[in-house]
Each structure stands twice: as structure tokens, then as C-alpha cells.
Design a protein around this ligand. Structure first.
Ligand code: SF4
Length: 280
């Protein structure tokens, strides 16, 4: 689990001991973590209007100043668990806008982090693939940042594509992909090349887990995405020698350990399980 998610969970848990707490949106896209938070009495609301406690927490993915202002306007106390590296993305984008660049965010339009990044902007574009870049209209200056959990290779390709498509424009890129995401992606690439099968552990809606699945699939023909050890199937490993394990940044250690234990005790193969998270 990355430090941003770990710190946000710790803040929520500590605060909930003192007073009732509602988290605005999913703190992480991992059902195991969310269930543990609910068991501590922590509520989750998708809109400020649905909050029934005095204190509300913004998730590690952050939100816009406008949304914080609106929430405070309802008389609620706002606790920010925004990851410092998400703050870096916000500050980088604000600087580009201040300097007169048209803002472009590489990421998923509906992702909570991207909505937070764009929430204070009147004009902006969000791109995720070459088709999106083809649909952009020319501007004299483009300022690009990325959602923190996008694979850096794809981000660089899209920046290059923008430079090729708009040779007359000034295209400035600030790399806001976070270090834990880059390290994990690199570790996953290395791992997938050495393994017969890779198990990627993470929430069904976790962006960085999906990206890890895609990355591993480029180097290994057998990649399985599981949320917990309960999703593992013995037939996936029959006759295979080496099993790799990697996990999204919001996957709790106990879930990873349970998968590793299942594989180690499995009679269907002789796994030499490797956890890519151990590489950084
Ligand atoms: S994935 Fe990166 S940006 Fe997101 S919470 Fe973790 S460290 Fe922060």
C-alpha cells in the first residue's frame, strides 16, 4: 500500500475514535479496506448533501477548492487526507494555467482525482488516448499534467503525440505521475517477464490495479486480477513453475499475504511467489 493511502486510512481511523466521520467519496477503490472502515462506524457519502456528521474527510485523491468551499459553506468541518503527490499535481496545473497555458489532463475523465483537478477550471481538456488527442482543437499553448496513477509510458506517448499534432503550439508537460506508481509499474514489468503466471491483487474499480493488469499482460500470457485470495482458482497454476504477485497501491498487506500464503500452500504447483512491492 502506498504511503498516501496508508496515511489517509490512518487519519480516518484516528478521527473516527474521537468523533463521527463521513468520508466524501471512496477513500480507496478497495472493498476490503472500505469494509474495514465501515466496521469502525465510518460512513461514506458521495455528495456533501448526503453527509450526516459534522466532520467530513476528503480522500487521498483530493478534490477541488470549489468543492471544499461548498462543503464548508454547509457548516461542515473539512478534514483533508489528500496525498501530497496529488497536491503536487494540483499545484503544477495551477501554475500552468497562471502562465497562460490551456490545461490538458491525461487521465480518466470520471475518476475522482481528475474531477478534483478540473473542478476549479472553466476550460480544460482531458485525454486518455490518441483519439482524444485527435479531437483537440489547436491552442497557442498547451500545459499538460497527468493523473498520478497513469502509466508513465502512455503519458509520454500522448505528450509526444500532442507535440506532433500541434507543431506550431508551445506544449509544456509537467510529469505528475507519482513515484510509487512508476516504481510499481517498473517492478511489475520486470516480474511479468520472469513468470509463467501473474496474479494482480486489487479492487475491481482501482485504476492503478487495472493498469498493472495491462502492463503485466504485455509481458506474460497468463495474468489474473483478484480482489482477495477467495478469487484464486487452482487450475490457473496447474503445471506452472513460477507465479508472480503484484498489487495495486490500495491493497492491504493482509490481503496480499493471504494470496501469497494460498499459493505457497497450494499443491497444484511449486510457486516461487514474488511480491513486486518488495522491490521498493
Ligand atoms: S497512488 Fe500515488 S498519488 Fe495516489 S495516494 Fe498513492 S502515493 Fe499518493
Amino acid at each position: 500500500m502506498c504511503f498516501g493511502v496508508r496515511d489517509a486510512i490512518a487519519l480516518a481511523s484516528e478521527t473516527a475514535k474521537q468523533e463521527p466521520l463521513t468520508i466524501l467519496g471512496d477513500l480507496v477503490h478497495n472493498e476490503t479496506v472500505l469494509a474495514a472502515l465501515r466496521s469502525r462506524g465510518i460512513r461514506v457519502a458521495q455528495q456533501p448533501a448526503d453527509v450526516s456528521t459534522q466532520t467530513v474527510m476528503v480522500t487521498a485523491h483530493g478534490t477541488s477548492e470549489r468543492a471544499i468551499h461548498e462543503t464548508r459553506g454547509r457548516g461542515l468541518n473539512v478534514l483533508e487526507a489528500t496525498c501530497p503527490l496529488v497536491h503536487v499535481a494540483h499545484r503544477s496545473l495551477a501554475r500552468l494555467v497562471r502562465e497562460g497555458f490551456h490545461p490538458v489532463i491525461i487521465g480518466k475523465r470520471e475518476h475522482v482525482e481528475v474531477r478534483g483537478l478540473t473542478g476549479d477550471l472553466d476550460k480544460f481538456d482531458v485525454v486518455l488516448d490518441a483519439e482524444d488527442v485527435a479531437g483537440l482543437r489547436e491552442r497557442p499553448r498547451f500545459g499538460i499534467v497527468s493523473q498520478t496513477t497513469q502509466p508513465i509510458d502512455r503519458v509520454r506517448q500522448l505528450v509526444q503525440l500532442m507535440r506532433e499534432r500541434f507543431p506550431q503550439s508551445e506544449v509544456r508537460f509537467i510529469d505528475t505521475v507519482c513515484q510509487p506508481t512508476k516504481q510499481r509499474q517498473n517492478a511489475a514489468m520486470e516480474l511479468a517477464q520472469k513468470c509463467d503466471v501473474v496474479v494482480v491483487i486489487g479492487g475491481a474499480h482501482s485504476n492503478n490495479t487495472h493498469e498493472l493488469v495491462k502492463t503485466c499482460s504485455r509481458f506474460c500470457a497468463r495474468v489474473h486480477h483478484v480482489q482477495t485470495a477467495g478469487d484464486l482458482r487452482a487450475t490457473w497454476f496447474t503445471g506452472l513453475e513460477t507465479v508472480g504477485i503484484t498489487a495495486g497501491t490500495s491493497t492491504p498487506d493482509e490481503v496480499i499475504n493471504a494470496v501469497e500464503q494460498w499459493l505457497s500452500q497450494s499443491k497444484v504447483s511449486r510457486p516461487r511467489a514474488t511480491v513486486s512491492g518488495a522491490l521498493f
